[in-house]
Each structure stands twice: as C-alpha cells, then as structure tokens.
Design a protein around this ligand. Structure first.
Ligand code: PMP
Length: 290
C-alpha cells in the first residue's frame, strides 16, 4: 500500500505518499506504542470527525502518550488531507506512535508522531458478501479483561489477536471471525461491533471490554429515535439460536448484514435493511438526528 501517488500528512507537513516512512527502530513498531483511528468522509463531510479525533487523543492518553497537536488542529489536518488528495468520499487513517528517538521498554524520551493517510475505499466487505450477509466463524482468541489490557483504547497492540483471528477465518473461507470476551460472552468481530434482533427488539453486547464503536453508538441512537428498543447486555453464544437478524457496525463496515456465525444462521430482515438505509442517509446528512 506504500507505492502509490498522493499526499500523507506527517507531523504537520504534507509528504509524498511513497516518502512517508519511519525508521526500523521506531518504538511503535517494536512495542506497539501506537493508537489510530478509522473515519469516513461522505460527500465532503467527515462523519463524527471530532468524536474520532477525541477518541484518538483519549487512546493516546490511555497509552501514556502525548499528541503534540490540539484536537482542532488534527480535525483541520484530516479535512486538509482529503482536500490535498482531491477526495470527497474517503476512508481516513490518522495514527499516532512513539518514534525512534530511543528504544527499550521505557520510552520516556520518545516523541509522539502523527500521520494522516486518506484513500478511496468504497466497501470494507465485498459488495457480493454484503448483499448476502457475511459469514463468520468463531475466533480462537478472546477479548481480554480490562485488568489485562487497556481495552477501551483503539491501540495497535489490541489488534494482534484480531489479525490472527481474521486470517484463520479467511483461510477457512469465512469473511470474518466473531470474538468472545474473557468471560465467554459475545464481544465483537475483528473490526466491528455486533447487533442481533429478536421479536423486533435489538440486542447488542455491553461494551465493557471492547471498543465502543462510534458507529455502534450512532446506530443505537438512530434505532432508538426510530422507536426501536435497544438492549445493551451480556449475550451468551447459545442465545444466538433465538435471534433472526444480525449485523455488524463499524466505520469501515458501516452496517453489514451477517448470514452466519458458526452454527447459527440469520437473514437480513426489515429492521436491518431500514437501519442500513437510514444510516447511509444519516452519514450523507440526508437524515438529521435530534
Ligand atoms: N471494534 C473493533 C475491533 C474495530 O476495529 C472497530 C473499527 N474501528 C470497531 C469495533 C467499530 O468502531 P467504529 O464504529 O468507531 O469504527
């Protein structure tokens, strides 16, 4: 992904895409001292821009890193990077990491660097898979306890088991993997949150040990404003037999119907389809929420 035209914002300057490099002794590479975001611009407007930037700063604070910019400066840099690349519909990837100024577990004298890359990325899952509903298998690894990892940061280190789980799923012909948490409850997929529907009621796992996605929060608000009951609670895997619809949510995934999780099957129904429609209008500002 490094050999292409375009501009990347790096520590306050635009650099040509191919030249946006870091040293091999970068602390973030050795010790996962890196936090990032995933955002989307729709028709020239970045959806929930400041919420994403604030989460980036919060993730950095949780990892004891100090971003040497303000939230407003990063917001502006995100917009400028899209403009510089001539994009009105884009995926944005801001990232902050500890640099190569020193190496070792202790990294007190490293600088926190920030980059923002943006690219055209219409669909996270293939349009064919989205239309049918994606197929998920169970992940081998479990989302850790808040006593084991800083689970509410969007931190690079928390993705190690996501990549392993996604690869294992893809090798077996699945699109993604569903991860349980350390207690055995349903948690999230490797890059999105999950919702289930039973008798007109929407259920979603309580975000107490995984990323409380900005899309998840928007979808909960949207569904409640549309008059649906949304229950956030612990969900056991065997309860999946009682749900008729299932979808995942995320900035990249948007709302994607799920057809299968292991032995359980679902069909995208009216509620999923109407929320997908409302979500795509909301992000394009064709539907304004209270
Ligand atoms: N969980 C994980 C592990 C993710 O990577 C993402 C994508 N950032 C999400 C959930 C959804 O978060 P959001 O809706 O903020 O994109």
């Amino acid at each position: 992904f490094d050999d292409r035209d375009g501009w990347i914002w790096l520590d306050g300057q635009f650099v040509p895409w191919r030249e946006a490099k870091v040293h091999v002794l970068t602390h973030g590479l050795h010790y996962a001292s890196a936090v990032f975001e995933g955002e989307r611009m729709y028709g020239g407007e970045i959806f929930e821009l400041t919420a994403h930037t604030e989460r980036l700063f919060k993730s950095a604070e949780i990892l004891d890193m100090e971003i040497p910019f303000t939230v407003a400066e990063i917001d502006q840099a995100c917009k400028d990077t899209c403009a510089k690349n001539g994009l009105e519909d884009a995926y944005l990837r801001p990232i902050a990491w500890r640099g190569s100024e020193m190496i070792g577990v202790s990294a007190q004298n490293t600088k926190t660097h920030v980059a923002i890359a943006v690219w055209d990325w219409p669909s996270y899952f293939s349009p064919e898979a989205r239309a049918k509903g994606i197929r998920l298998t169970w992940a081998k690894y479990k989302r850790p306890s808040p006593e084991t990892e800083p689970v509410h940061a969007k931190a690079a280190g928390l993705y190690m088991i996501c990549t392993l789980s996604k690869h294992a799923a893809e090798k077996e012909g699945y699109t993604d993997a569903m991860m349980l948490d350390y207690r055995g409850y349903i948690a999230e997929s490797t890059g999105s949150n999950v919702f289930f529907i039973q008798d007109g009621v929407i259920h979603t796992p309580l975000a107490d040990c995984f990323l409380n996605g900005i899309t998840r929060q928007s979808v909960i608000k949207l569904a409640r404003e549309k008059g649906f009951e949304v229950v956030e609670r612990h969900i056991k895997p065997e309860e999946l037999a009682g749900f008729t619809e299932c979808f995942v949510t995320g900035t990249a995934a948007e709302i994607t119907p799920v057809a299968e999780i292991g032995e359980y099957t679902f069909k995208p129904g009216n509620i999923s389809l109407s929320l997908m429609d409302d979500y795509s209008k909301m992000v394009r500002r064709q539907l304004v929420m209270a």
